[in-house]
Design a protein. Structure first.
Length: 276
């Protein structure tokens, strides 16, 4: 499926793209990427993972997208995990294709900021989806976990790797070995969630949009360089990480936005960043 926009409002620039399993809607620079199988608690299938990967590619190439907010349709879940009926009959060698893992690596590597808004369950692949995003905001009633061991399998979309990096080896092993499901408060306390909101969709999305708009007000090249430095630096030794940071800072310093940002500060006015 290609990236074909259906313009909704010519003045605002809002538009939609059509996918089978997700909703793709850009409003004022914020891309709302919504898993859309509410009757199945947004259970994840290979087709949905493929839609996510295509949507990420569209967002990467679309200059009108500044920040992405990922969420789930309905009030039950971001995603309750994999579609168990589908994985029951799946040939084991199919796992080598890495459909879900590749989709989430594409999402993680998207150079634009990605916020995950969790309202309800984020289990298995749903938790892995949330962890592939840059920031996570959840309602108080939300639940997180990697319960795959209950099916005698393990997380297969990056859970063993990203959970460890976010909460540490000891906590990651406990959660993966036991399959324990934790609430939003505990998820926040261990660093899995950045912010917890009241138990309603409106509060959740308001918090996500507030965060998105705060990010959009900053220099976009600086945001991209910061994300690259953090993501790449966390995968290597300190000296290599510092060199990555130095190179990223050099790119940021080369932009007109850097000149605009420093001039605005000195002139005591709001900056007008243009992403160049």
């Amino acid at each position: 499926m290609g990236c074909h926009k259906s313009r909704r409002n010519e003045e605002s620039g809002d538009y939609l793209m059509k996918f089978e399993n997700i909703l793709y809607e850009n409003r004022e620079g914020i891309l709302y990427l919504t898993l859309n199988r509410p009757e199945m608690r947004n259970a994840l299938t290979p087709a949905m993972w493929n839609d996510i990967r295509t949507a990420v590619q569209c967002a990467r190439e679309d200059d009108e997208v500044k920040v992405v907010i990922v969420s789930g349709a309905g009030d039950k879940a971001l995603a309750s995990g994999a579609d168990i009926k589908e994985i029951h009959d799946r040939a084991y060698l199919k796992m080598l294709q890495g459909t879900s893992s590749i989709a989430l690596k594409d999402l993680e590597d998207l150079y634009k900021p990605v916020i995950c808004a969790v309202n309800g369950y984020a289990l298995g692949g749903g938790c892995e989806l949330a962890m592939a995003c840059d920031l996570r905001i959840a309602t108080k009633r939300s639940k997180f976990g990697q319960p795959e061991v209950n099916l005698s399998i393990i997380p297969g979309a990056g859970g063993t790797q990203r959970l460890t990096r976010l909460v540490g080896i000891g906590r990651a092993k406990e959660l993966i070995f036991t399959g324990r499901i934790i609430n939003a408060e505990e998820a926040h306390s261990i660093g899995l969630v950045n912010q917890v909101t009241e138990d309603d969709h409106e509060s959740l999305m308001a918090a996500a949009e507030k965060m998105a708009k705060k990010i959009m007000a900053k220099g976009p090249v600086a945001i991209t360089m910061g994300k690259i430095a953090i993501n790449m630096g966390s995968e290597t030794d300190i000296n290599t990480g510092l060199m990555i940071e130095r190179l990223a800072q050099t790119v940021a310093f080369s932009t007109e936005d850097r000149k605009e940002g420093t001039a605005a500060f000195l002139e005591k006015r709001s900056p007008n960043f243009k992403g160049c």
